[in-house]
Write a protein that binds this ligand. Structure first.
Ligand SMILES: C[S@@+](CC[C@H](N)C(=O)[O-])C[C@H]1O[C@@H](n2cnc3c(N)ncnc32)[C@H](O)[C@@H]1O
Length: 299
């Protein structure tokens, strides 16, 4: 199908108003594999016009100028080639906060919000707790915790310098840069033996390289592979986190790790076999899928 936002209108009824562009784009993206084509059409058009999404509804009959149509044409073409919307517009909401995202970071997922909620629950009665976020990416977990637990200091590590640059800008934008320390390196490697935490939280890479072909094409083709893959069975990072966490957790401190639903049993086994934690609890996401483990270090 031709991307026809270019056509010159024959009559005023054919003019490219906001309403008509949204309807046309919704149909086009729907035919190109989008699961939420109307929402995506609105986000892309708001971005092309540089306006809040809500404004589209108050100006439905406004005719778009050629410049906006040109920008929209490019965005829609790229989306039809499966570039994620968050990369096209440069940001994504997580825990009701707006985060800058670039191709250097994983796009924050709604299921990861559970790690923030659990962390806040664990932190609520502590006077000035310390939290560690392993594999911080955009910084979404670390920053959401710092925003909502004002007395908390957060350390966040990532292998990727480029990801940390994005995370630092997000921390500044959310005015928590003084309480979130970013360190580049492999999991616990940037820490000293004195760095001990009340909570260690992580959404690590956990996709099995053996299962690459099961990933949605937009994820596989566009999101950073070092944020996704973790060895043949997907557990390389999680094994090392379970192994390394006790040295950096206070006695009675808690480890929280996100995983993929089919990994739940193997992760419970890993935690139990370490002998360092009380019996772990598996947490389910809003789709009732097992999604994270919570393990308290034995006191
Ligand atoms: C699944 S992403 C999670 C990003 C972010 N925390 C979130 O929830 O959206 C995993 C992150 O771990 C980082 N990473 C991968 N291997 C790592 C390692 N060995 N040490 C530290 N970070 C690592 C990746 O660069 C990526 O940013």
């Amino acid at each position: 199908m031709e991307l026809s936002l270019t056509a010159n209108p024959a009559t005023p009824a054919d003019q490219w108003t906001i309403r008509r562009v949204l309807e046309w784009t919704t149909g086009y993206l729907g035919e190109h594999g989008s699961e939420s084509p109307r929402l995506e059409a609105e986000i892309l058009l708001a971005h092309a016009r540089g306006c809040p999404r809500i404004q589209l509804y108050t100006q439905f009959d406004e005719v778009l100028n050629e410049q906006v149509r040109g920008r929209m044409r490019e965005l829609v073409t790229r989306r039809a080639h499966l570039e994620p919307v968050a990369y096209l517009v440069g940001h994504r909401e997580f825990f009701s906060l707006d985060f800058e995202v670039t191709r250097d970071v994983l796009i924050p997922r709604p299921e990861t919000e559970m790690l923030v909620m659990e962390s806040l629950e664990l932190l609520k009665d502590k006077s000035s707790p310390n939290v560690l976020d392993l594999g911080t990416g955009s910084g979404c977990i670390a920053i959401a915790i710092a925003v909502h637990a004002k007395n908390t200091n957060v350390s966040a590590t990532d292998l990727s310098e480029a990801a940390l640059a994005v995370a630092k800008r997000n921390a500044t934008a959310h005015e928590v840069a003084d309480r979130v320390t970013f360190r580049q390196g492999d999991l616990f490697a940037p820490l000293s033996t004195d760095d001990i935490f009340d909570v260690i939280v992580s959404n690590p890479p956990y996709v099995a390289t053996d299962d690459q072909s099961d990933l949605a094409p937009d994820v596989r083709q566009h999101e950073p592979h070092e944020a996704l893959f973790s060895g043949g069975d997907g557990l390389d990072h999680i094994r090392r986190i379970v192994d390394g966490a006790p040295q950096h957790l206070k006695s009675g401190g808690t480890l929280l790790i996100e995983f993929s639903p089919e990994q739940a049993e193997r992760i419970v086994d890993l935690v139990e076999q370490s002998g360092e934690f009380e019996p772990p609890k598996v947490l389910s996401d809003t789709s009732r899928q097992p999604r994270a483990v919570r393990a308290k270090r034995i006191t």
